[in-house]
Design a protein around this ligand. Structure first.
Ligand code: CP
Ligand code: NVA
Length: 301
């Protein structure tokens, strides 16, 4: 593994190996075992969108591994004034050991990898959020013990989260069902891939998707960059909500996950969110462990 640009670049074994290392790093942290796996390594973190979890977990993670994180807001970089990503990649490759980037176009992340000479990590694009899904898979395995025979249901927008969850779930052998309104489907090529490689359902009926699910996942109706579509989306997504009524057709021990930030009363009710808060915040914590594992895999000599 040279980069983490999107989950479809990784094999099942590579994903499992990251999850195993993440479990180990979580255990070490909980038991006060400190090892400088990445002593002296420098990670640049470019943010063209807001972030709470990704920024703090990468920054703390790098520090805990003995390395040095640099927060690079695009407002302050020349990239924000139009310096091409090809040039930024070649310059930063000479100072840093790896770059994490959160941006809009997936192509920008791919270009950083193409023109730079250091590992690139996708910290969210409009297309994918692989770091989040590694933490989600880690959380599912912690709670359920394995992925065997599990069904994941996603309710809402066929966005970056849906795209990456489809790949993660199908690669791990889970079945996947998404309920989304017409016109808000996930990436067409990914749907085709999922149908060819696993048990995949797409429907506009929330009940059908959630039926017998072991894991129910949702995300915001309007993602970062779509603020102008808020009203239109509120209409389109009305009813695409994780609530008690829909959860009653899932398995009785269903897990509810949310990448956060959550909009209570929109994609999820406050009641369901609070009932599943321990899972959701464990999921958020696991961002730290999963990303530390990615960093070690990419950077340890
Ligand atoms: N889930 C997630 O990526 O959160 P942030 O936007 O706060 O980084
Ligand atoms: N789909 C959301 C995920 C946030 C972590 C967004 O892109 O804003």
């Amino acid at each position: 593994m040279k980069h983490l640009l999107k989950l479809s670049d990784l094999t099942k074994d590579e994903i499992l190996s990251i999850l195993n290392l993440a479990d180990q790093l979580k255990y070490e942290r909980k038991n006060g075992i400190h090892k400088d796996y990445l002593k002296g390594k420098k990670l640049g973190m470019i943010f063209q969108k807001a972030s709470t979890r990704t920024r703090v977990s990468f920054e703390v993670g790098m520090y805990e591994l003995g390395g040095y994180p640099l927060f690079l807001s695009s407002n302050d970089l020349q990239i924000g004034r139009g310096e091409p990503v090809q040039d930024t990649a070649r310059v930063l490759s000479r100072y840093l050991d790896a770059i994490m980037i959160r941006t809009f176009a997936q192509q920008e992340v791919e270009d950083l990898a193409k023109y730079g000479s250091i590992p690139i990590i996708n910290g969210l694009t409009d297309y994918a959020h692989p770091c989040q899904v590694l933490a989600d898979l880690m959380t599912i395995r912690e709670v359920k013990g394995s992925f065997r025979g599990l069904k994941m249901a996603f309710v809402g927008d066929g966005n970056n989260m849906a795209n990456s969850l489809i790949v993660g779930a199908i690669k791990m052998g889970m079945s996947f069902a998404i309920a989304c309104p017409e016109g808000y489907e996930p990436d067409a090529e990914l749907i085709k891939w999922a149908k060819e490689n696993g048990d995949f359902t797409i429907t506009s009926c929330v009940e059908e998707a959630v039926k017998d699910a072991d894991v129910v996942y949702t995300d915001v109706w309007a993602s970062m960059g779509q603020e102008g579509e808020k009203q239109k989306r509120e209409q389109a997504f009305a009813g695409f909500q994780v609530n008690k009524q829909y959860l009653s057709v899932a398995k009785s021990d269903v897990m509810v996950l949310h990448c956060l930030p959550a909009h209570r009363g929109e994609e999820i009710t406050d009641e369901v969110f609070e009932e599943h808060a321990s899972e959701i915040f464990e999921e958020a914590e696991n961002r730290l462990h999963a990303q530390k594992a990615v960093l070690v895999k990419l950077l340890k000599n």
